[in-house]
Design a protein around this ligand. Sequence first.
Ligand SMILES: *[C@@H]1O[C@H](CO)[C@@H](O)[C@H](O)[C@H]1NC(C)=O
Ligand SMILES: *[C@@H]1O[C@H](CO)[C@@H](O)[C@H](O)[C@H]1NC(C)=O
Ligand SMILES: *[C@@H]1O[C@H](CO)[C@@H](O)[C@H](O)[C@H]1NC(C)=O
Ligand SMILES: *[C@@H]1O[C@H](CO)[C@@H](O)[C@H](O)[C@H]1NC(C)=O
Length: 128
Amino acid sequence: MMIKAILLISCIFAFLSMGVISDSNQISMSQNQTSTWDDKNTTFTVWEVMLVNNWNATIIDLTITATANFFSSKPSDIWNVEKVSDKVYHFQPYLIQNGLSTGENFTFGYINEAKTQATFEISNIKTK
Ligand SMILES: *[C@@H]1O[C@H](CO)[C@@H](O)[C@H](O)[C@H]1NC(C)=O
Ligand SMILES: *[C@@H]1O[C@H](CO)[C@@H](O)[C@H](O)[C@H]1NC(C)=O
Ligand SMILES: *[C@@H]1O[C@H](CO)[C@@H](O)[C@H](O)[C@H]1NC(C)=O
Ligand SMILES: *[C@@H]1O[C@H](CO)[C@@H](O)[C@H](O)[C@H]1NC(C)=O
């Protein structure tokens, strides 16, 4: 019984820590695959990424960098974020304007030319 509970807790913890990308839990990130298809020898997958503001402050911007396994060639393959440079994105103007308050989430999406998800890292969190 006890062991089962401990196992369950460690599983939940493992699952949760996969989604956490910033050091201090200011932002949590999770990704869901929403679609997939094959075209010739390439597998395409569509991902929805949710960021939740766990910080006690309104976030007005941040930098999202694709650090691994990101294979999106066309600008239209990623949406709800604004491109800064290759593999680097940030909030769109409306979100910078309104900010992301404590507890609020924000979703962006992308098509990956891969079977698995890309890895993103968050940096340069700016608060109001
Ligand atoms: C797909 O892969 C197979 C086996 O590797 C290869 O023979 C074929 O030419 C590839 N097709 C395309 C369109 O790349
Ligand atoms: C992923 O799916 C789970 C379960 O349906 C849902 O709770 C979560 O909000 C989804 N996350 C994203 C990023 O869409
Ligand atoms: C959040 O910030 C406000 C104002 O700075 C402060 O009064 C409050 O105690 C903080 N709450 C937590 C949980 O840190
Ligand atoms: C994300 O925010 C929307 C409102 O913008 C809310 O309806 C939804 O429940 C939130 N989801 C999560 C997982 O926080």
